[in-house]
Design a protein around this ligand. Sequence first.
Ligand SMILES: *Cc1c(COP(=O)(O)O)cnc(C)c1O
Length: 370
Amino acid sequence: MTQNPLIASVFRQEVLAMSAYQVAHAEGFIKLDAMENPYGWPEELKTRWLAALRDCPLNRYPDPQAQRLVQTIRAHDQIPDQHAILLGNGSDEIIQLLLMALPPRAHVLAPAPGFVMYKQLSDCLGIKYQGIPLLADNFGLDLSAMLAAIEQHHPAVIFIAYPNNPTGNLFDPVAIESIIKAASGLVIIDEAYAPFANASFMTRLTQHDNLLVMRTVSKLGLAGLRLGYIAGNPEIIGQLDKIRLPYNINSLTQLSADFALTHKALFDQQTQQICIERTRVFNQLNNITGITAYPSSANFILFRTPDTLADGLYAAIKQQGILIKNLNPQGGLLKDCLRVTIGTPDENNAFLASLKNALRIPDSIHTETH
Ligand SMILES: *Cc1c(COP(=O)(O)O)cnc(C)c1O
């Protein structure tokens, strides 16, 4: 908090009580902390992309509806015409839009641990946020606790990340269905990791008026563009569209995302490679004494380290030039847990070697790969 009376009198309590979202300084590191796709584009594709950008009219405001991009997304994700689509400056902005539209005493519900922005943005808007703990053994949904919280608080919005971040698992779709049916408000299925998951609620949109499916191009390989989208009931999307800033998707993003998504084959290939590596890293991690890796349907793996070692291991891995995510400070179910994003085979090998080194286990990994 602040001692400065000017600051204290100007800003809302909620804002004063918050701390800024921290992003680790990553320059010079092998970056395996933020679920980015490690691969770039072939030169030939870059040349064609730059040619497409050449004539982008930067003197003009962008298309406020981004109509062409919306059509491309509709085709890319096979979203039927009866569902509306709203674009955001990252899906983070869509979460913010949803929460901004809620009445002052609204409740928001999500499983915990979950994606940090649900809570961060609720806190900043003064909305009551409730995290319902996942089951300790497998990070599954505690369905009866979720249903009890729905009955008690009637949350206006329930966020369910599918697969979940930071645990990486897909919740039981039957349990999610019960939650959608029990909810008196909206249920947002956040499919940020859809490219790696082989599971989706998109086809169930038609069955539920209160269901919305949110996605992003960030984890697919376009994190720098800042583009997310949400699909569902046109009446709900219409309300959100009223509070969306008119030009929230800039011209360069509209053009670049449209170009990229029409070259689906490249991302399919990269995604496949990442999934192959995910299996390999998962097996390698579980072969290390003292390490438990959790099954993942995303492009990262959560793993548990021996009691009290997480902070030290994280620091020792960082010391070796590899940045991952330390979740131990969040405590609860994440005590002793670290999270690594799947990188290129070489990056993954460097990470595995650094972890073994930090645990003082001789590294023999280079004899097992390629
Ligand atoms: C990364 C992530 C997002 C945010 O995506 P952006 O489009 O980059 O803002 C949303 N939800 C989950 C679960 C995520 O992991």
